[in-house]
Design a protein around this ligand. Structure first.
Ligand SMILES: CC(C)(COP(=O)(O)OP(=O)(O)OC[C@H]1O[C@@H](n2cnc3c(N)ncnc32)[C@H](O)[C@@H]1OP(=O)(O)O)[C@@H](O)C(=O)NCCC(=O)NCCS
Length: 208
């Protein structure tokens, strides 16, 4: 199968001009420029890098004193929900599909060139629930930072839980729940997510 170019990526925009026609390319360019300008006006607490594509319906709830920073050329698709009381940093050219949730109470960093598919949830906190005498809603939250390297692809509807590290160049399968660290260059699937193989190797890992 021939790989197709993603029209979301800044690097591919020149190719899009040929593929989709000049009129559509100009329309897309203007839509991106207007979207970015509006997003910067509406969300002064969020730093959007040059060329970010902030689509209508992306929502940002950012507490005073919190830092939210997107690098150059990121794509923030419609329905994305960003909540931050802490730190959220995203590297250049990372793409969030529609209806993702990224919520930082403490710290989330996502590298560059990451592909986060639709409906992925990344939250660096859980509700505390140790007491059986109090309602969970009254017990506050427990937080731990999330770090995601560069060039990571996270499949649709995956959930990344608090305190997790995902190494660069890794792939997380659709619907996975990542509860522990994943190394670089791996392919991990399932609930909880387990490494099934390493990229560049066709040999599946077998159970001992
Ligand atoms: C993980 C993925 C990339 C496939 O990786 P792969 O290395 O080619 O894996 P294979 O298809 O060879 O499958 C290997 C094993 O993992 C299992 N597997 C693959 N994807 C899985 C998933 N998402 N969840 C659970 N198990 C999965 C397969 O059933 C197979 O199991 P088996 O060895 O018992 O038969 C793919 O399945 C996936 O989840 N893609 C994400 C799709 C998506 O969300 N796209 C959004 C567009 S941005």
């Amino acid at each position: 199968m021939t790989p197709t170019s993603s029209h979301d990526d800044v690097g591919d925009r020149r190719a899009d001009r040929t593929e989709f026609g000049t009129v559509n390319w100009i329309r897309g360019y203007l839509r991106r420029r207007v979207g970015l300008t509006l997003a910067r006006l509406r969300h002064p607490r969020v730093e959007f890098g040059r060329g970010c594509d902030v689509r209508p319906g992306a929502r940002f709830m950012v507490a005073r004193g919190s830092t939210v920073r997107f690098g150059k050329g990121c794509v923030l698709d419609y329905g994305l929900v960003v909540e931050s009381r802490g730190l959220l940093e995203v590297g250049d050219r990372s793409v969030f599909g529609h209806h993702c949730t990224v919520a930082s109470d403490e710290s989330i960093s996502i590298g560059q060139n990451c592909l986060i598919a639709e409906m992925v949830s990344i939250r660096d906190h859980d509700h505390a629930f140790s007491s059986t005498d109090a309602s969970i809603i009254d017990q506050g939250r427990e937080t731990a930072p999330i770090r995601i390297g560069d060039n990571v692809w996270i499949g649709s509807k995956a959930t990344i839980t608090k305190g997790v590290f995902i190494g660069s160049n890794s792939v997380v399968g659709a619907h996975a729940v990542v509860t522990g660290d994943l190394p670089e260059d791996c392919v991990a699937v399932g609930i909880p997510a387990r490494v099934i193989r390493y990229r560049g190797s066709d040999v599946p890992l077998t159970e001992e």
